[in-house]
Design a binder for this molecule. Structure first.
Ligand SMILES: [Ca+2]
Ligand SMILES: [Ca+2]
Length: 280
């Protein structure tokens, strides 16, 4: 009930979001009741007056990653190529999941946590990232900016960077080639890693159909949870709504979101409502 009261206060704007580190995580039934009191959502496009709830609990990317290894323990599959992994190592033999390494470096077989909405994409909206801050000076007195500065002085950035809904396991080299590219449809079929269905070209990347909805809903969630951070353009919003329809939620996407909700303390309303509509 305490969870519901907190949610109600936030929705009505009576309190602002703040860290809730010491509050017990809500149970699944509390999460479901909390979602059911929200206004019904008839499409994935959210009206602008719907209050949103973001991560206000996990303020460290390192901590988020520790939780995620556990959350994914019974579903160790990389996002872009669908390869099996254990610990942080691929266990699919080269070629078994279609993925063929293009380097012999450590990241060709290592699994990392990829920001689906790149940290740089929302980091740029922070002044500390763009311009630095008086507190962002190294031991030799040299100022720094970018991610290290945003991390150091902007707690709002840390919550965004550590938001587990935005993190997925990916092979290091694939993560690296994606970089900060925007999801899009790319003409042709120039796959970079064997037959793994992953293309990158001119600042865009095209993921496999099975995860296009997952990626789309992550962008829609991040934009809803962190408005004004330049996460979605009108054009992308239309593409992501189409991807979300073409690749609806499956059991794992719903289970993962509920596991994250229990630890992170906020519901991914985009995924949760899709799951409820699909009776998952
Ligand atoms: Ca293509
Ligand atoms: Ca999917």
């Amino acid at each position: 009930m305490r969870w519901l009261m907190v949610l109600g206060l936030i929705v009505t704007g009576a309190v602002s979001c703040r860290p809730v580190e010491k509050r017990a995580s809500p149970s699944i039934s509390e999460i479901q009741s909390a979602v059911s009191v929200s206004p019904p959502l008839h499409s994935i496009a959210l009206p602008s007056n719907v209050a949103t709830i973001s991560n206000t609990k996990i303020a460290s990317f390192g901590k988020a990653k520790k939780h995620l290894w556990e959350i994914h323990k019974d579903h160790q599959t990389t996002l872009y190529c669908g390869c099996a992994y254990e610990g942080n190592e691929l266990v699919s033999p080269p070629g078994a999941c279609g993925y063929v390494p293009i380097t012999t470096g450590i990241r060709s077989r290592r699994v990392e946590w990829e920001h689906v909405v790149p940290a740089q994409a929302f980091g740029q909206s922070f002044r500390e990232w763009r311009e630095g801050h008086p507190e962002c000076v190294d031991g030799r007195g040299k100022p720094f900016r970018g991610r290290p500065c945003a991390r150091k002085v902007a707690v709002a950035f840390r919550y965004m960077e550590a938001d587990m809904y935005n993190l997925q396991p990916a092979i290091g080299d694939v993560n690296d080639r994606r970089g900060t590219a925007t999801p899009a449809m790319i003409p042709g079929e120039n796959r970079l890693f064997g037959t793994c269905d992953f293309e990158v070209s001119a600042g865009k990347f095209e993921p496999r159909p099975e995860v296009r909805g997952d990626i789309a809903r992550t962008y829609l969630y991040m934009d809803m949870a962190y408005p004004g951070r330049g996460i979605l353009s009108e054009k992308n919003k239309k593409l992501f709504e189409a991807w979300s329809d073409q690749d609806p939620v499956d059991a794992w996407e719903c289970e993962r979101a509920r596991r994250i909700a229990r630890i992170q303390g906020n519901i991914n309303q985009v995924v949760e409502r899709a799951c409820r509509q699909a009776h998952r």
